[in-house]
Design a protein around this ligand. Sequence first.
Ligand code: IMP
Ligand code: MG
Length: 336
Amino acid sequence: MSFSIVCGGGFGDEGKGKLLSYLALADNPSIVARAGVGTNAGHTIQFEGKEYRLRMIPSGFVNPNVRLLIGAGVLVDPDVLFRELKDTQTIDRFGVDYQSGIIEKKHIEIDSTNAHLKDKIGSTGSGTGPANMDRVLRKLKIARDIPMLEPYLTDVSVEINDCLDEGKSVIAEGSQAIFLSLFHGSYPYVTSKDVSSSAICSDLGVGPTRVSEVIVVMKSFLTRVGTGDLPGELSKEETEKRGWVEYGAVTGRLRRAAPFNYELAKKAVRLNGATQIALTKLDILYPDIAKVNDIDALKGETLEFIDRIEKETKVKISIIGTGPSAEDIIDLREHL
Ligand code: IMP
Ligand code: MG
């Protein structure tokens, strides 16, 4: 039995989608359940020569044995959901909690025109903030109010807890990241709820005593979309020079970039109770390890970087990303 939480250790876009697709294939869990805010997150997965940018369907879809769930704490946009169900052909193994909130056109309208949200906060315009506002006012529609969702309704908490009782494995897919948390992030430049590992438990209806591993995903450099402080932020020219240019999966905005920050990493570890760190995009810093799977490739400066992260955070790096595809991974878990 294991219940592993995967969550973001930066400002989002750490490569959670890619890591989750690897874990779904390597560990063959019974369920991958999506937590987090909603369609404001885009998880990028490269699989069998195709790129997916998923805002609703859990990244674990790459393994056909995995049941795919969306938790009660997550906001669902039915248009986005049905498009992705079609794209990923996963309708026969998908379930959404009765109580997941529903994003309507009016929420998207407010999110993409309201000056405070759009310009000051730099929201993704996906309607999540205004929908969570209605949820707090207790007037938001939930999944059980939508006839089109009827065939897929389920109690995600019951499904996950039953699965764990039967000795099977479940992976919780967090979205956004700790420094975008409404409570622990760089307020007010944050998303519309907490997104820590504790919030992920709550999104899915699983108690903290059932958690086996908390895998905090950190990218080898920091990026941030939207507004708000980014410690050590580089100029656009320097970002280009270093080859760190990225664009947002949901909005297409250029991501601002900065070097890895050890203080933030320590904080991310504590706020989430990390038991492991997954370090992604190490091949961008050290191109000699691109697409490598072999642990022996970790030497010299690469190894020094890893050692320093482990020393400063006091948490082991268990998985390293060496490229965009699910198989571009160095899995160190059996060496821990
Ligand atoms: P909102 O969540 O759309 O309201 O946006 C609030 C802030 O969080 C903005 O700066 C967004 O760019 C950022 N944000 C929200 N979700 C994500 C994500 O999944 N990745 C990166 N940034 C995000
Ligand atoms: Mg993203």
